[in-house]
Every structure is written in C-alpha cells, then in structure tokens.
Design a protein around this ligand. Structure first.
Ligand SMILES: Nc1nc2c(ncn2[C@@H]2O[C@H](COP(=O)(O)OP(=O)(O)OP(=O)(O)O)[C@@H](O)[C@H]2O)c(=O)[nH]1
Ligand SMILES: [Mg+2]
Length: 465
C-alpha cells in the first residue's frame, strides 16, 4: 500500500439510492476530478474554488460521452478528512452510475482504496489519533442512541485527552526518576522515593478508572444476549413478540410450540440486546423437542441475562424441570430475572410449591405479554441489571479490547515500578518500567502502535471510509 498514491472509492453503500458518492484523495485528486467532471457554468471550469459544490456532468474523457449528471466538490489540503487534497463526486446512486464514475477516476490515475484507507490517512497525517479513528467505525456501526453518543464523545477526543493526561504524568514521573539517576546526591529538584511512589499510585488509579469502563463499552458496542426460558406455554414467545413489537415467533395455545431458538435484536435503554426465545423446558421423548430443549439450555448458559418466565394464571402442577436443570444454578441466579406472565388472568401461582421457592416475593416482575402491562417495568429492570441501579450517565470514555490490553500492560509495568520503589531498587531499573508503561499507553492513541496492529484496525473499516 503506497501512501503517496491518489486513492478512490465509492463511499456510499452498494445498491440503489438517490445519490452515490465517489471520494478521491491524494496529490492528484483535483487533476483527476477535472479530467472527468465538467461544470455546466463555463467560467468555473478552470477556476474551481475549494470547498464549493459545482453542478455539472461526469464525462468519459476518451470519447467525450456524458456518464451522469452530478455535483462535485474539491477540497484543498489541509482542511479535509485526510489532510490531503480531496475531491468528491455526487452522482446518481445506481450501481452502474457509481461504478462507471469510479472506473473513470481509476483510468485517470487513481488507485482503488483499501478498506479504511481514507481514515488511515487522516490518522497518519496527524489529523486524528487512533482512538478517534476507531470512533469513526464505532459511529458507523452504532446500533443505538447510547452507542452513538459514546462513539461521538470518543471522536471528539474524550478518550485521547484522558490518555494524554496519563502520558504526561508518566513522562514527568520518568523525568523525575531519571533525574535521580543523573544527580543522585543533588538536593535541587530531587524527589525522594516516596514522592515517586505517590505519583505512581495516582497514575495507576487513573488507569484503573479507564479500565473499569471496558465492560460498559463492550456492552454498547456488541450488545448483550438475553435468553427467555421457562416451562412450555408460559408465554415466552409472546414475550419476545411483545418486547420486539413484532410477530417474530409463532405463538399457539399448544405447549411445545417453539422447537428451535428464535432471535431478535431490540433496543433496551440504549443497549442492543439480542433476545433469544427458547423451547419450553420439560421432560420429552420426542427427538425434535429434546434437541430444542438442549438448545434452550445452551442459550441459557451463554446468556448475559436470563428471563425465567412463569405462568401466573396456573398453579405449578409438577416439578418444573426448567428450575431443576443445570448444575451452575447459583451462578445463574445473579443474572436471572423471574418474570410472572399472564397477569391479565386471575392469579393462582404461589411462590412456594413442593418445598421449592420459585421466586422471592417483591423480586419478581409481573407482566402481561398479551396486554403489554408491566413491560415498562421489565425493561427498566433489565436496564438496571446492565448498568446497576440508578445509573443515568455513561462515563466520558469507554475503552475497547485493544485499549484494555494496552492499559493492562501499562498497569502491570507501573505495579513493578511501585514494587521496585518499595524495595529501593535503583533508578535505572525503575525508569525501565516507566518507559514500558509509557510505550503501552502510547499504543492506545497510536503513538507506538505497530504496523500490523494498524492493518488489523483499518481492515475492519468499510471501503470508502
Ligand atoms: N391471557 C394471556 N395469555 C397469554 C399471555 N401470554 C401468552 N399467552 C397465551 O399463552 C399461550 C402460549 O403462549 P406462547 O407464547 O406460545 O408460550 P411459550 O412459552 O412460547 O410456549 P412454548 O413455545 O410451547 O414453550 C398462547 O395461547 C398465548 O396466547 C398473557 O400475557 N395473557
Ligand atoms: Mg414459544
């Protein structure tokens, strides 16, 4: 991949649409645009101004044929997305028109852009740091309003600022440590070991604070899995339909209706939640149903949250095997919510039968999948399980797995530094640990990030971004 090439790509999604955008970036972008786009106003042709939109036609310069009618803009460096000269052509959004326009740009000297190459150039040219580049992709893939908000905060430098603060504090600590290497006996500006330690502890606290945002970041980016389980006919499929506002799953009065797991992604309090409706758990000899029940149990194991549904209109007649399955019952408790359904009917269910406590009174959520009653309480309880009770605001920065790995490395190096301080190790040794911490933190913003990691990050982007 040559960073000097002028690159071009279709930046709008494939398919049919009102407008399709071809983006060109690099030293030759303006020349290429001028050779394939002719403005209708004659006086403009040789006098394109930067950051102005012109109306004209895309032409094939070899045969003079008009390819499409379009709007085009040139943007002179450095006030552009990539900090290079950029040209964009807005033609009609049919696959043939955009493909042909891109083909003309390539014939005029552009190279097809790799996925994420425009953003990579913005990063390499210093317009944005690596956390901002990642935020671009997070915005594109955000599934909910909360996810978008978090991504935009990161794009405007929320995480970078925090990382820069940590880097500055580390650099200062390193300088102080090195000072005591060079002038071990000097009184001036000498910070005793205890002072170094205290600074180290404070930096470690900031790192820990950032690390604690990982789980929320993961949830916002990837979402959660929520399994709806319980005995047959209690209304699991009805609940999936009510939560998703669709007729996604088949509902009948026959117990054992759902055979396979059925999934639908919904937005609960800003978090994308993959809701999995499962086959009712009971003893069965039917091989199809048995396989369905096996899948129900697997879905339960993999879920972040389990809704265990009971039918409030019936006494439990026999031992409900959905309660007696699985050895890791205790581990499941904290992520299980008992949901009593069918509250529109006369209620007969008691919390305790056969000496088994099915639910703690006050802890259960009562709903009607039929009338929708109680669903708002259910979603807010689910939200509480995700964020903890009463949480309204998201932290300013939410780290991803790559940031987490780098910050953990920095944290480990700082731990060794602190340990070394405690044992009065030489400043040379302490400085080595601090340099390692500094390097690891620098990886987050892309200061010290190896080429192969960059390749991996940008390969996940869409073409044309
Ligand atoms: N009155 C009332 N009926 C409900 C409610 N929820 C579900 N039902 C009825 O209960 C029956 C079973 O509903 P489903 O949603 O198919 O139950 P399920 O738990 O998915 O059943 P399986 O797939 O067999 O395990 C259907 O006849 C529904 O119409 C409710 O809140 N109130
Ligand atoms: Mg069902």
């Amino acid at each position: 991949m040559n960073e000097k090439d002028t690159i071009a790509a279709i930046s709008t999604p494939p398919g049919f649409g009102g407008i399709g955008i071809i983006r060109i970036s690099g030293a030759n972008a303006v020349g290429i645009l001028k050779s394939i786009f002719v403005p209708f106003a004659k006086e403009v042709a040789d006098n394109f101004q930067s950051h102005r939109l012109y109306y004209g036609k895309v032409v094939n310069p070899e045969i003079g044929e008009q390819v499409d009618e379009a709007l085009a803009v040139i943007m002179r460096a450095p006030r552009t997305y990539t900090r290079e000269d950029v040209a964009e052509i807005n033609c009609h959004g049919g696959p043939a028109a955009v493909k042909k326009t891109l083909e003309l740009a390539v014939r005029a000297g552009a190279r097809l852009a790799e996925p994420g190459e425009f953003t990579r150039r913005a990063f390499l040219n210093g317009r944005i740091d690596l956390t901002q580049a990642e935020a671009v992709m997070d915005i594109i893939s955000a599934q909910t309003e909360l996810g978008r908000q978090a991504a935009v905060r990161q794009l405007s430098g929320g995480l970078r600022d925090k990382i820069d603060d940590i880097r500055a504090a580390l650099a200062e600590l390193l300088a102080l440590t090195e000072l005591s290497i060079d002038f071990p006996e000097e009184e001036v500006d000498y910070v005793p070991a205890e002072g170094l330690r205290e600074r180290g502890i404070r930096i470690r606290e900031s790192i820990k604070k950032l690390l604690s945002t990982f789980e929320e970041g993961r949830i916002l980016r990837e979402g959660l899995r929520l399994a709806i389980v319980g005995a047959p006919n209690v209304g699991k499929s009805s609940l999936l339909n009510a939560l998703s506002g669709s007729e996604r799953a088949i509902v009948t009065e026959i117990p054992g209706t759902t055979r396979d797991t059925v999934e639908e992604t919904i937005n609960i309090g800003g978090v994308p939640v993959r809701v999995i409706d499962t086959a009712g758990i009971r003893k069965s000899d039917c091989p199809v149903e048995k396989e369905g029940i096996r899948r129900s149990k697997a879905a339960m194991e993999e879920a972040d949250i389990i809704l265990h549904v009971l039918d409030g209109s019936r006494e439990i007649q026999e031992k409900d095997p959905s309660f007696f399955s699985g050895e890791k019952k205790e581990a499941k408790k904290s992520r299980t919510l008992i949901v009593i359904n069918k509250i529109d009917l006369p209620q007969k269910l008691s919390p305790e039968v056969f000496g088994v406590t099915f639910f703690q009174k006050g802890n259960e959520v009562r709903v009607s999948a039929k009338t929708g009653e109680g669903l708002d309480v259910l979603t807010s309880r689910i939200r509480e399980m995700i964020f903890g009770p009463g949480r309204e605001h998201m932290p300013e920065a939410l780290i991803n797995l790559r940031h987490k790995t780098a910050l953990e490395e920095a944290d480990a190096a700082l731990a060794r530094f602190l340990d070394g301080c405690g044992r009065n190790l030489s400043s040379e040794f302490l400085a080595i640990e601090l340099r390692e911490a500094l390097e690891a933190v620098g990886e987050v913003v892309g200061r010290t990030t190896p080429e192969d990691v960059l390749n991996l990050i940008f390969s996940r982007f869409c073409i044309g971004k």
